[in-house]
Design a protein around this ligand. Structure first.
Ligand SMILES: [Zn+2]
Length: 315
């Protein structure tokens, strides 16, 4: 098997590897997240099923972002569920990830139910919607949004169905979790004319079928534990495969003091002054990263001054 060996140290955490099969219009991405997940959970006490869902959403957006020839952002977002009000993972510039989840307020008795380990996505998102959003350039005008129907219990099957139905892209997606990491694998059969190969369509179809048969023997333990090169060698040994240089991923928020200034300026100055009078300062906490922005009376007065001199530029 001809593998171009990437110069990447073990253990491949927070890294993404793209691979292609020689002469076949099939592409793949492999990702393993660890520190990104630690950061995503650092400021929240999510029940385990929500930690798992967010980990899968983060892995998914990292995988999708790598399939696109763009530097914008990819977001996978649920909204309006009865129990899970919102969950969002986004990947910017194919490397910078962040995530958040909002659960409906629960009393303590119900909280016990939430921790019971339910993994059925449809239960959590009952009444809600799951959407995939692509913004080709940050602040760019063109936004694409696809709605992912919730027909299956797990995120993988729903996404596979979405790509098949909406994009006509046969897709296989797997997530595997161990104690600290989530590993994701995405395989997509590209349109016949996409790579300019002159091999008969039937040959490609046969190869896609064979690859699916091979991947069906995969255990999630193997996906969670094996380094990417070893993983590909084990499962696809009969298909020459090329690995591309690894991409490092990180948890990175977009919040800034300037953006928080602008948010506060959307409130009436009297409201801000009332909070200052009551509490002495205004504290704004970023839910994504835990950053805390504090405004004392002088800061709030400066906001008012900027407001009157028109310095509230949008960031
Ligand atoms: Zn932040």
């Amino acid at each position: 098997m001809a593998i171009a060996k990437p110069k990447t140290p073990e253990p491949f955490s927070d890294q993404l590897v793209r691979f292609t099969f020689d002469d076949l219009p099939i592409r793949g991405q492999w990702v393993r997240l660890e520190a990104v997940l630690t950061e995503a959970n650092a400021h929240h006490d999510y029940p385990q099923p929500i930690k798992t869902l967010l980990a899968e959403q983060l892995a998914a957006v990292a995988l999708f972002a790598d399939t696109l020839k763009m530097n914008g952002s990819v977001a996978l977002q649920s909204r309006g569920g009865e129990r899970l009000v919102r969950s969002l993972a986004e990947c910017r510039e194919q490397a910078n990830l962040r995530a958040i989840a909002h659960l409906r307020e629960q009393n303590e008795d119900q909280a016990t139910d939430l921790d019971a380990g339910e993994s059925d996505l449809k239960n959590w998102l009952a009444g809600g919607q799951l959407a995939l959003t692509l913004i080709p350039e940050l602040h760019g005008p063109q936004t694409y949004q696809g709605i992912i129907e919730l027909l299956h219990p797990g995120l993988e099957a729903n996404i596979e169905h979405y790509f098949q139905q909406s994009e006509q892209l046969p897709t296989r997606l797997f997530f595997a979790h161990n104690r600290a990491t989530t590993t994701g694998l995405l395989l997509q059969r590209l349109p016949d004319d996409d790579l300019g190969h002159d091999i008969a369509t039937q040959t490609w179809e046969d190869a896609w079928e064979t690859i699916q048969v091979l991947i069906a023997t995969l255990t999630l333990e193997e996906l969670a534990e094996l380094p990417p090169e070893q993983f590909l060698r084990r499962f696809f040994s009969e298909f020459p495969c090329r690995l591309y240089p690894t991409r490092s991923l990180r948890y990175q928020c977009t919040c800034t003091r300037a953006k928080t200034d602008n948010t506060l300026r959307t409130f009436a100055q009297e409201e801000l002054n009332e909070i200052i009078a009551e509490r002495g300062a205004i504290e704004v906490n970023c839910e994504f990263c835990g950053a805390r922005y504090t405004y004392d009376p002088v800061d709030v007065a400066a906001l008012e001054q900027d407001r009157t001199t028109g310095q509230n530029t949008v960031h």
